[in-house]
Each structure stands twice: as structure tokens, then as C-alpha cells.
Write a protein that binds this ligand. Structure first.
Ligand SMILES: [Zn+2]
Length: 424
């Protein structure tokens, strides 16, 4: 049964925005900072308190709660036909040291609000619903980032994740045991092949929606990333006696490369990105012509053809800048994340949900990593973005408007119902 043919009461179903907001504020008190942010690092006692609060809420909502071996929490609301793959939503509740109330927490509590709303209305879905809390998305205390969803999706092994240590030498395995979320071996973990669809609601963490005065971001893809280390090598020489035509100035070549990186991204607007974020100039002395510059380049694009073209353009630009200045260029790629398109059918569910609710919506890409990016490798996945104030996130002043959070949650509700089907 589709929503279009649903009873009028189902089409009119809305989440309780005040309850969603209150839950966000309640969770934000755990690890709350003086500046109004949240510091709740993964697998700390504060993380345990946050998890415990979530588990209590999920059980109050009638869910069956399971924890897997990397500490991911799954709260399940049975459907009419529990042999159908689940329709899943979720996000994370760990934060950066100077994190905010909404990054991750919104996706988890929006999912909870959907389940509460269905309970209140007595709606049974055909497929079961799953609400996931992924372990250590932020990667602040332990790397790699997106650890729980990465293990779940097979991006790296459970053993690799468990053996990682924080700066004090505490392993993920020890920290999970310490907070009592090391999973119960007797309980089979949820498997990706049991997931029919995955939705994640998230604050945008960027300025696009706010600038466009738009409420719903329909996320079509996550940008792929190529990171590089570049070394430009010339010759240090005295700034006085060395005439301009006879110099081999590495910083001059680097400067041209910085501009080229910007141009390379602009040539693939609006979704491509190019950034030189770090530079080291040697010997960095007032009257010495720079003999060596090391710098980083971060290129991002929504599809691999574009990202490959940007890679070729970067290498050509480095060669050209070096040749023009009599220096040598070495360009090494050090990180590659493939672009991750989201599932068109699910993206359509998000777009249709916003349309049915008469909300402004815009197709956008995710420039940042999210658990949904790993889930998309093993299940159809999509994301819903809502604006955050001034596009600021990973900051204690991170803020979002209650009506926007409510709107995104209503879109999530409709998208999940569209995928799960509603028992007649
Ligand atoms: Zn997040």
C-alpha cells in the first residue's frame, strides 16, 4: 500500500515537534558544556549515559533492543511481516570535544520520534523498522571515523576496529567493555542483508540550505575525496644578489598551484571542491628565496569521472607551475574515498515527502562523511538534510530551528512509511 492511497488520517500523520525538541535537549544535558554545546566522546562514561537514556526511551517505545560486537545499538519495531527486510534509520550520539546538540543526535532522535508517532497513531507497518545508533562516528577519540557503520558495512574488520587505541593507550575493546556496550555474543547482530532501506536525517553542517532559504536538503550523493601531499622543490638563495629571472622559487610555484586548485574546483561547479589547507615553507626566512614547499590538496566531487578529471588537472597544473618556475613537483595521493551516490528510489521518497508536505526542497550533496555513506555500500540509502544556523557544526554554538528539525522528521516519517508499507 502506498501513501498516496493511504487513508486520509495517515496522510495527515505528523510527528510531535515539541517532543522531538525536548528529547534533543534532554540528551544534550549529558556532557553539556557551558557554551551550550556537548562534549560526549565515543565510549566514555558520558557516552554510556547517553546510550542508556536512548535505550530506555527505545524500550519505553516498545522496541526490542540489541547491541552488536562493535557497540552499535539497534532498536527494532516489529512489522506485520517480519521476514521482510527492515526499513532502518539512525545516526550517532558521540560528539566532537567541542560538539553541538544536533550533529548525529538529531538523526537518532528523529528516528525515535517517528516510532513514537507511529505508536501514538496505532500504525503498523508491513516491514519492521530499525533505529540504529552507530558507534564512534566522529573519530575524535578513536580512528577510523564512522567506526560502527564501517564495521557493519564491511569497510574494515571488527578486529581492526576493536584493536584501535586512544591517546592514553585504551583500546576500543576495553572501552566498550568498560561502558557495558561490548555486545552480547548470544544475540545475533543485525546483518546488512536484512536492511531494505536506510534513511539518515542530519543537520546540513554547511551553508547551502540556509543561503537558499530552503528547509529540506534532498541528498543525492556524498562527495568522493582525493587527498594529496605535494612537494615543490627549488633552490634556496639570497633574496638580494639573486636576480628575478635566475630564481627557482618553490613558493612562487606553490602560489600558482593554490590558485589552480581553486580553478579546478570552480570548473566543475557547483558540487566540486578544491582546498589547499596546509603549507610548509622552507626555510621560511625573510630574505631567503623559498627552496621547498610542502602542501596538502583536498579534491572532492560527486562522481568518479569528475574526480578523475580533477586529479589529471591537478597533476598537469603542478607540472606546469613547476616548469614555469624551474622547480620540481611531486604529487602523491594519500587518501581516496569513492563518491557514493544514494539510491534513486529512496532519494525520490525524500523528495516526494517534502513535496507532499509543501516544504521547500533542494537537491544537495553531502560534502562530509556520514554513517549513511557506509550503509549505502550494503543497502539502498538516502539522507535528509535540514539547515543549521550559519552552516556551523562541530562547534558548541551549533544551532538549528525547531521547526526545521520537525520538518525533516516529518519527511523522514513519510519516507520510511513509503518504503515500509502500511498494514491494511
Ligand atoms: Zn554527524
Amino acid at each position: 500500500m502506498t501513501l498516496a492511497s493511504a487513508t486520509p488520517s495517515l496522510a495527515d500523520l505528523r510527528v510531535d515537534g515539541a517532543r522531538l525538541w525536548q528529547s534533543l535537549m534532554d540528551l544534550a544535558r549529558i556532557g553539556g558544556t557551558e557554551k551550550g554545546g556537548v562534549c560526549r566522546l565515543a565510549l566514555t562514561d558520558l557516552d554510556r549515559q547517553g546510550r542508556d537514556l536512548f535505550v530506555n526511551w527505545a524500550m519505553e517505545a516498545g522496541c526490542e533492543v540489541r547491541v552488536d560486537a562493535i557497540g552499535n545499538i539497534f532498536a527494532r519495531r516489529p512489522g506485520r511481516n517480519n521476514s521482510l527486510p527492515a526499513v532502518m534509520t539512525g545516526s550517532h550520539i558521540d560528539t566532537q570535544p567541542t560538539g553541538g546538540k544536533f550533529d548525529g543526535n538529531y538523526g537518532v532522535l528523529a528516528g525515535l520520534e517517528v516510532l513514537r508517532t507511529l505508536n501514538d497513531a496505532g500504525v503498523q507497518t508491513d516491514a519492521p523498522l530499525e533505529l540504529a545508533v552507530w558507534t564512534n562516528e566522529e573519530g575524535s577519540r578513536f580512528v577510523p571515523v564512522m567506526m560502527g557503520s564501517g564495521v557493519y558495512a564491511g569497510a574494515f574488520t571488527l578486529e581492526h576496529a576493536l584493536s584501535q587505541q586512544d591517546r592514553d593507550g585504551v583500546s576500543v575493546r576495553e572501552a566498550l567493555c568498560g561502558i557495558g556496550y561490548d555486545g552480547a555474543a548470544a544475540v545475533p547482530p543485525a546483518q546488512p542483508d536484512g536492511v531494505g532501506a536506510y534513511f539518515e536525517a542530519h543537520i546540513e553542517q554547511g551553508p547551502v540550505l540556509e543561503a537558499a532559504d530552503t528547509v529540506i536538503g534532498v541528498v543525492t550523493a556524498a562527495l568522493g575525496q582525493r587527498w594529496y601531499d605535494v612537494v615543490l622543490t627549488g633552490v634556496e638563495a639570497h633574496a638580494g644578489p639573486t636576480p628575478m629571472p635566475l630564481r627557482r622559487d618553490a613558493l612562487l610555484a606553490a602560489s600558482e598551484l593554490v590558485l589552480a586548485v581553486n580553478q579546478i574546483a570552480l570548473a566543475h561547479a557547483p558540487n566540486a571542491r578544491g582546498t589547499v589547507g596546509w603549507m610548509d615553507v622552507f626555510p621560511n626566512s625573510r630574505n631567503v628565496i623559498p627552496g621547498r614547499v610542502r602542501l596538502t590538496v583536498d579534491l572532492r566531487a560527486a562522481d568518479d569521472a569528475t574526480l578523475s578529471a580533477m586529479d589529471a588537472a591537478l597533476r598537469a597544473a603542478a607540472e606546469a607551475a613547476a616548469a614555469a618556475r624551474g622547480v620540481t613537483a611531486q604529487v602523491d595521493q594519500v587518501v581516496y574515498f569513492p563518491p557514493q551516490p544514494f539510491a534513486p528510489a529512496l532519494v525520490d521518497s525524500v523528495r516526494e515527502g517534502a513535496k507532499a508536505l509543501s516544504m521547500s526542497a533542494l537537491d544537495v550533496v553531502s560534502g562530509a562523511g556520514h554513517d549513511a555513506v557506509y550503509l549505502a555500500r550494503v543497502a539502498p540509502a538516502a539522507m535528509i538534510f535540514v539547515p543549521c544556523k550559519d552552516g556551523i557544526s562541530h562547534n558548541e554554538i551549533e544551532d538549528a530551528r525547531p521547526e526545521h528539525l520537525e520538518a525533516g522528521c516529518n519527511v523522514l516519517l513519510r519516507a520510511m512509511l513509503a518504503q515500509a508499507g502500511v498494514a491494511a
